[in-house]
Design a protein around this ligand. Structure first.
Ligand code: HGY
Ligand code: MN
Ligand code: MN
Ligand code: MN
Length: 405
């Protein structure tokens, strides 16, 4: 089997069929984006779809007690298995491809391998990881972090969504935590994902192999001041945390630009959130990423320093809490080069986090990216052509065939 650019034919038809099955699930009619939060109704429907797909292929499904699902071609106990897959959950009003493309492609790749008569000399598993985006419980890659032991079980169990429901309640049980004996059964993991930039458009290539993931994390800034009347409080008498917050957002942008790094404040909560009240508290979440760990740490420290200085001037207080941190991930270089050679694909780093980045600490791991014409992600404008998606399936199948040998 050779990777080739797919323009038409049965694989493209099969891709469109499966993609059409999941396309309506969790789509917001107004924005056109997806609301597929982990373990909520749309994501539970996608998990049912996963089980049905596995069933059609006579692939038994196992669970790891952390919310992650595995569909097996071959004996789940045999060991030396090859793992592929991704996640179903989305950010608020996210795109169609981030996550589900890796799962749909995985099932189609299994079909390709079977049709090509590739012998199942060792097991292959398709995974659906839970809460990759952290959009519901705040910690990204929650399922894979639990599975690898990178996240404390107590902390994960007690994470709550905005409605007060804990992860353990949503899961229906206390998470199982690290499963070294399960991870030990995997010889390699390959996650296929839509590209989240325009590097492949610029290179005129449908598929790439990942080299690294930038170190990144989420920091919560709590700014507190004095809630008061908007009409009667003299400007000089105010202790307005909104000012400190606003200054901090600008400082984060400036510090990122100075370093060639990325800083984003995409979420904010205001108390009491009234037009005619000076806020008593503003909470802003900083998402910060950089190519080097020192650059990232220096940037967050600089932003915190500037926020603290500004708070003194505003008569407010600021506290900083690290909510999640992901170290630099360097994917297995030998594996990346092997797949890049096999697929004649460019090798690229990314600033986006993935379950592959978490598993890479314990399992030889690679990622494939599929071209995204808009270059936009975490937005309804995220895109990929059906032809590139089908080409991605052939690339994944080729990579899996190589690893299954
Ligand atoms: O990169 C992210 O924002 C998340 O891990 N998907
Ligand atoms: Mn994402
Ligand atoms: Mn993703
Ligand atoms: Mn991601």
């Amino acid at each position: 089997m050779l990777t080739h650019t797919v323009q038409d034919g049965p694989l493209l038809d099969r891709f469109r069929e499966l993609w059409g099955q999941i396309a309506p699930i969790g789509r917001d009619a107004h924005s056109g984006g997806y609301l597929r939060y982990a373990l909520t109704e749309p994501e539970l429907r996608l998990r049912e779809w996963f089980r049905a797909q596995a069933d059609e292929r006579s692939m038994p499904v196992t669970e790891d007690g952390n919310g992650n699902l595995f569909a097996w071609w071959g004996d789940p106990e045999a060991g030396d298995a090859i793992l592929t897959g991704s996640h179903f959950d989305s950010v608020p009003h996210g795109g169609a491809y981030d996550g589900p493309l890796g799962i749909v492609s995985a099932f189609l790749a299994v079909d390709e391998l079977r049709a090509a008569g590739v012998p199942p000399v060792r097991p292959l598993a398709v995974a659906a990881f839970v809460e990759e985006e952290g959009a519901r419980f705040g910690v990204p890659c929650l399922g894979s972090r639990l599975l690898t032991g990178a996240l404390d079980v107590e902390r994960a169990a007690g994470l709550r969504d905005t409605g007060g429901v804990s992860f353990a309640e949503a899961l229906g049980d206390r998470p199982a935590g690290a499963r070294p004996e399960l991870l030990g059964r995997f010889a390699a993991f390959v996650e296929l994902h839509v590209e989240q930039g325009r590097a492949l458009v610029e290179r005129d290539a449908p598929v790439a192999v990942a080299s690294a993931i930038w170190p990144h994390g989420r920091w919560r800034f709590d700014f507190t001041g004095e809630g008061n009347h908007a009409g009667t409080t003299r400007m000089a008498d105010r202790r307005d945390p909104m000012l400190t917050y606003a200054f901090t957002v600008l400082a984060a942008n400036k510090e990122a630009r100075l370093r060639g790094a990325h800083a984003t404040v995409g979420r904010v909560a205001v108390e009491p959130n009234a037009t005619n009240a000076i806020p008593s508290r503003v909470t802003g979440w900083l998402d910060a990423r950089a190519a080097e760990p020192d650059t990232l740490a220096g940037m967050v420290e600089a932003v915190h320093g500037k926020a603290a200085e500004r708070a003194r001037r505003d008569g407010t207080q600021v506290t900083l809490t690290e909510e999640s941190a992901t170290p630099l991930v360097a994917f297995d270089g030998g594996l990346a080069d092997r797949l890049a050679g096999l697929l004649d694909a460019p090798v690229l780093p990314t600033g986006a986090g993935h379950d592959a980045g978490v598993l890479a600490a314990l399992v030889p791991t690679a990622m494939l990216f599929v071209r995204n014409p808009t270059g936009v992600s975490h937005s309804p404008a995220e895109s990929a052509t059906d032809a590139d998606c089908a080409t991605g399936v052939t690339a994944l199948a080729r990579a899996l065939e190589e690893l299954l040998r």
